[in-house]
Design a protein around this ligand. Structure first.
Ligand SMILES: NC(=O)c1ccc[n+]([C@@H]2O[C@H](COP(=O)([O-])OP(=O)(O)OC[C@H]3O[C@@H](n4cnc5c(N)ncnc54)[C@H](OP(=O)(O)O)[C@@H]3O)[C@@H](O)[C@H]2O)c1
Length: 350
């Protein structure tokens, strides 16, 4: 049996850090070897430092591990980063500079010209940007990012349609779960029985990231897709799962049957390579008249599938539909894990 690759988690105590620990527990290639968080947590056992919010128990081995200071000195070479964006902007480059492969969830580096923003089913070729990074040339370290939790479900649904018919315009309204704000996140008095029509910087991220993800690599850099995206983001009183109401204008006409079959047939590199975290179906079209719903459809593909439903004609653009994806799995830890599996499969960890 091949030896597992030791990995570290920066921001291990947070909502996304916890998902990493849960998803890595029985991972065939990676093994949690190092945990780090803020000074508040450093020096404590993980069980003591983390306010565990998941339904499965903390893996016994991890519960006893000591949380380290966020210093690359003793860290393994592969780091999953789940830090708040502010501190990520400082720490992620420090780890890459020290020779680590930083597989990040935060927005800190996503839009940097030489940092790949990747969904393995959509733009695996963007990983080549790593070659431009100064860290890669000096220490061998590098950084790769996954998109914002609301952009990823949307782009999984858009990518096969864009490839076959071309997309000119996207209008999207989100209904985003409270877990998307981390822990403790939004105060219960603000969100219970309420909808908050504002999530700081989320609309800008969705719009810019969608264009970068669907863009093409040319001369070593990404040329953004020529696509107009307008996003309106709302926080709703749902624990997990971002739901999105989407309208699109296509470049070539398509029937509903053609669009649905494009989603059904969508398979890509992670499915071909049989990456351990890859869902069998990246997108599933649900024929139920009132689906997808977070309560029933969130765990499709172990939380890695983007569920789509309610395709119908749009009176303003061409077509409209609903998308649902798991914000802390496909939108965060699962996204980074799939990126790391693709990196390993392509020899970036050798
Ligand atoms: N939640 C989601 O659905 C989601 C989805 C996609 C992307 N993301 C992104 O993922 C990142 C983490 O999100 P989250 O929801 O897990 O947030 P969170 O629950 O607030 O967790 C933040 C983590 O960062 C650590 N941290 C804070 N300040 C630090 C410092 N100075 N040095 C080292 N570690 C520090 C915290 O450690 P302590 O516990 O010690 O304070 C904690 O482990 C964010 O950038 C977020 O935007 C989140």
């Amino acid at each position: 049996m091949q030896k597992k690759i030791p990995v570290g988690i920066l921001g291990a105590t947070g909502i996304v850090g916890q998902r990493f620990i849960q998803m890595l527990e029985h991972h065939p290639w990676f093994e949690v070897a190092w945990l780090a968080a803020s000074e508040r947590s450093a020096g404590h056992t993980y069980a003591h430092a983390a306010r565990w919010r998941l339904k499965t128990p903390i893996p016994e081995r991890v519960a006893k591990m000591l949380v380290s200071h966020p210093d690359p000195k003793d860290a393994p070479k592969v780091i999953f980063a789940a830090l708040d964006a502010g501190i990520a902007a400082e720490l992620e480059p420090r780890f890459a500079e020290a020779g680590c492969a930083v597989v990040s969830n935060s927005s800190a580096l996503r839009m940097h010209a030489d940092v790949p923003l990747v969904i393995p089913e959509v733009n695996p070729d963007h990983l080549a940007l790593v070659r431009n990074q100064a860290w890669r040339k000096s220490s061998g370290g590098f950084a790769v990012t996954n998109p914002n939790c609301s952009a990823i479900g949307l782009v999984l649904a858009l990518a096969p349609i864009e490839k076959r018919f071309g997309i000119e315009k996207v209008f999207v309204v989100t209904m985003q779960a409270v877990s998307g704000a981390g822990y403790p996140g939004v105060a219960s008095l603000d969100i219970l029985g309420n909808v908050i029509p504002f999530i700081s910087k989320e609309e800008e991220k969705m719009e810019a990231e969608t264009r970068k993800l669907l863009g093409k690599v040319a001369d070593g850099y990404v040329q953004d897709a020529d696509l107009i995206v307008s996003a309106q983001c709302n926080r709703v009183a749902v624990e997990d799962g971002h739901t999105e109401a989407v309208s699109i204008k296509l470049r070539k006409p398509a029937t509903a049957e053609e669009i649905i079959s494009t989603w059904k047939e969508f398979r890509s590199v992670p499915q071909e390579l049989k990456l351990p975290t890859a869902p069998e179906h990246p997108v599933v079209y649900d024929t139920g008249s009132d689906r997808p719903q977070p309560r029933f459809d969130l765990d499709r593909g172990h939380g890695m599938t983007s569920s789509v439903g309610r395709l119908r004609a749009c009176g303003i653009l061409d077509w409209k539909f609903t998308v649902l994806s798991h914000n802390t799995i496909r939108g965060a830890a699962g996204a980074a894990l799939l990126n790391a599996e693709l990196l390993k499969a392509q020899g970036y960890f050798d």
